[in-house]
Write a new protein. Structure first.
Length: 210
């Protein structure tokens, strides 16, 4: 059963939907790495390994995949804002391969304290002795498994041009478990607002804790 979540129009959102409805579809597809389904009048956005339909003129997001319920329900405020900003600001540029900690992205100082600290400690607590569980959970959300980083590392794609890498360091006799999150440095060009960078990070963290 397809679930449709209308987007509530708060300051800035209504205008963003209007702009997205009017701008050139081919330009959006090239910039954002999406395709446009003319029959559905919606963009097909692949996020966390899941296909979402983003209908700009209806101001709605739909998904046939049961996994999409997490992002259209529990995480919908983070998800809808991230999608809107991404569609309006994304660039057709390659990944740099340079990984940045959250505090090192533009405006990232806010990630170091208060409510903007990402709950990486909770992920470490859950998977500190469960490498395979960490990998399998990430795979549920379309992650690539990497090598050469920590005891396990995965790359999630919350947005097509905004990969997020998670690195697990297992608990041992000397050290507590740790999980680090990194953005590709190109994210500063893809989503220029630090609140959206944070929203993308928190979605990755909360998906791993599901």
């Amino acid at each position: 059963m397809e679930e449709i979540v209308p987007i509530k129009t708060v300051f800035g959102e209504e205008k963003s939907w209007d702009v997205l409805c009017d701008i050139n579809k081919e330009d959006v597809c090239q910039r954002a790495g999406v395709v446009f389904d003319r029959k559905a009048e919606a963009y097909i956005l692949r996020s966390f390994g899941i296909d979402f339909k983003v209908a700009p003129c209806d101001r709605a997001i739909a998904c046939d995949d049961p996994r999409g319920e997490l992002f259209l329900g529990k995480l919908k405020d983070f998800f809808r804002l991230s999608v809107l900003w991404y569609f309006s600001s994304s660039k057709d540029i390659p990944f740099t391969g340079k990984l940045l900690r959250p505090v090192d992205v533009r405006g990232g100082q806010r990630f170091s304290a208060g409510t903007h600290v990402l709950p990486m400690d909770k992920i470490a607590e859950r998977f500190g002795r469960d490498r395979e569980g960490f990998i399998n959970k990430a795979r549920e959300f379309g992650a690539d498994v990497l090598s050469g980083f920590g005891d396990a590392s995965v790359k999630l794609y919350p947005l097509p041009r905004v990969p997020v890498t998670l690195v697990l360091w297992m608990e041992d006799d000397e050290y507590d478990a740790r999980v680090d999150l990194f953005y590709d440095s190109s994210c500063d060009f893809q989503i220029e607002l630090s609140d959206i960078v944070w929203s993308v990070g928190i979605m990755c963290a909360l998906a791993m804790l599901e």
